[in-house]
Design a protein around this ligand. Structure first.
Ligand code: CMC
Length: 489
């Protein structure tokens, strides 16, 4: 409910419900009002008058897609979408990309300040030493089909990983395991953070190698985070194998850029899932699933599929026209928050130049540039403030580096584990404790109705097939025939 406020206060909102004439004054705090304040407004004030339109249940705030609903007070990442500003804990992304590393930035995002040299040493050592997974994990990875999408493997792998750590499971250890803020509780939390970040690259590399038919590689010592990742993916028994330093650095910059982006769909999913106080491995698995979709972290894969389908710069105008008619999707453009170019996209383009010097240019680059130019000049995109986002160019770098197309979202998910954990930790330790995330719906379904026996129903909606249209694969047909014959005997 809105806090009681002096009626003379200007830092408030006055609302009048014209259905009843009732007025409400709601305090404005941090430029926001609590949605629960509206529960005091109801069209049918008399008790006992219940109806499915919910008019007697207090006014709901409707916000499909969370367009203007704040669910957290956060100190982690700041975005000004109109000005194209992105800062992690106050530091501009451009400065971090030049001066910091992914692991140092991870510390910043999770713990709030840049580490001292001894804090950094401990942090890097802990994360890197937690890269190894139990030998049994091999069987888990080998249980997937050769053509399984690596995001399906990675998503499952995070949930699987949680099964090893009963000490990190609030269902087993007590519901306040992560919310106490005591030194013991913080230490348990830290350990899961080391494990999840340290093992993210290991799980991702295993998801890659199992599909290549390669044996798995133990995380090496003495490598950077991305160096170790590349080693685990590519090492084939060579002596003194070292990944190319330009590619290792480029991947580190890309990881840093992808580390967090405030309350995007996947971070919100992690918090929604974590709000039930489930273990962090399950919450991260949920975030991974959310990131996988083509509107979010799957967009880098979708961009390349789109560029391949366009084929050449000559086909760009026709493609743009098809997008405007909503026949095609322009992946890698548009953003819920940015109404100008995504600041990360400039750094990605610089990184692409470095990578192409080593790998050679990607053949899709010309088509990408033609598409970029055409979209930025077109009234449709200008009017809607649609500009390239981080995914428009990142896929071209990953392709030039030789990663398989369906592995691109994995390269987004691995660094994003950092941001998910930063938000999860912040929520676990927030003043007032954790509140389960349980939104309301606006019920628009049927009013109360009587159950009708199956033979007396007329088809209104639902399955369109009739029993004669049921089809079975050859194998199920044979099984059915065999069973029926068996039954007759
Ligand atoms: N191509 C063509 N039209 C677009 C695009 C696009 N990529 N994105 C938005 N629009 C149009 C949309 O049709 C709508 O037009 P109208 O007002 O006439 O109906 C208008 O622009 C506003 O778009 P919206 O769908 O209301 O915007 P949203 O905030 O709900 O969606 C988005 C944001 C990122 C899902 C969307 O821009 C999109 O689908 N982009 C392509 C997928 C993509 O690149 N995703 C990666 C996002 S960045 C990485 C990350 O953080 O995940």
């Amino acid at each position: 409910m809105g806090r009681p406020i002096p009626s003379s206060s200007q830092n408030s909102l006055t609302v009048r419900d014209n259905r009843t004439g009732k007025s409400l004054e709601i305090a404005i705090e941090d430029n926001s009002i609590p949605a629960t304040a509206f529960k005091a407004l109801s069209a049918a004030p008399e008790k006992g008058e219940r109806d499915e339109n919910e008019t007697n249940k207090g006014l709901r705030v409707s916000d499909r897609g969370f367009l203007n609903t704040a669910v957290m007070r956060s100190q982690i990442t700041y975005i000004d979408g109109e000005a194209g500003v992105l800062r992690y804990r106050g530091y501009p992304i451009e400065e971090l990309a030049v001066h910091s590393s992914h692991l140092e930035t991870a510390y910043l995002l999770i713990y709030g300040s840049l580490p001292t040299s001894s804090q950094l040493e401990v942090w890097e050592s802990e994360v890197m030493h937690h890269g190894v997974v139990h030998a049994d994990a091999e069987q888990f990875f080998r249980s997937f089909r050769y053509d399984a999408h690596p995001m399906a493997i990675l998503t499952s792998a995070f949930a699987y990983l949680g099964s090893y750590y009963s000490e990190a499971n609030p269902s087993l250890q007590g519901q306040t395991l992560f919310t106490q803020g005591s030194p013991e509780s913080l230490a348990v939390m830290d350990k899961q953070i080391y494990r999840l970040i340290g093992k993210a690259t290991t799980l991702a590399a295993m998801a890659y190698r199992v599909r290549q038919g390669r044996s798995f590689v133990t995380p090496p010592t003495g490598f950077s985070y991305t160096g170790s990742f590349l080693y685990q993916m590519d090492h084939l028994g060579e002596e003194n194998y070292k990944p190319n330093p330009v590619l290792e650095k480029a991947l580190d910059v890309l990881f840093l850029l992808h580390a967090d982006h405030e309350l995007n769909a996947s971070a919100t999913t992690v918090l929604q899932t974590g709000s039930s106080l489930v273990d962090p491995y399950s919450a991260i698995a949920a975030g991974c699933a959310s990131l996988y979709g083509p509107l979010h972290g799957g967009a880098n894969e979708a961009v390349i599929r789109m560029l391949i389908s366009i084929g050449s710069p000559a086909n760009v105008p026709a493609f743009i026209e098809a997008v405007k008619k909503r026949e095609k999707v322009l992946s890698g453009f548009g953003h819920r928050v940015y109404k100008t170019s995504d600041p990360r996209s400039f750094i990605v383009r610089k990184t692409a130049d470095e990578v192409f010097k080593v790998t050679g240019k990607d053949e899709l680059l010309e088509t990408a540039m033609a598409l970029h130019e055409a979209a930025m000049k077109d009234e449709y995109f200008i009017k809607r403030k649609l500009a390239p986002n981080v995914d428009f160019c990142s896929g071209l770098i990953y392709r030039a580096m030789g990663f398989p197309l369906d592995f691109f979202p994995v390269l987004f998910a691995v660094p994003r584990v950092v941001g998910w954990l930063a938000h999860w930790r912040q929520m676990m330790l927030q003043p007032g404790g954790v509140k389960i995330w349980r939104p309301r719906q606006i019920y628009v379904g049927a009013s109360k109705r009587e159950y009708v026996a199956v033979g007396e129903r007329s088809p209104v909606e639902g399955l369109q097939k009739t029993p004669s249209q049921i089809s079975h694969s050859g194998i199920s047909k044979r099984t059915m025939i065999a069973t029926f014959k068996g039954a007759k005997l």
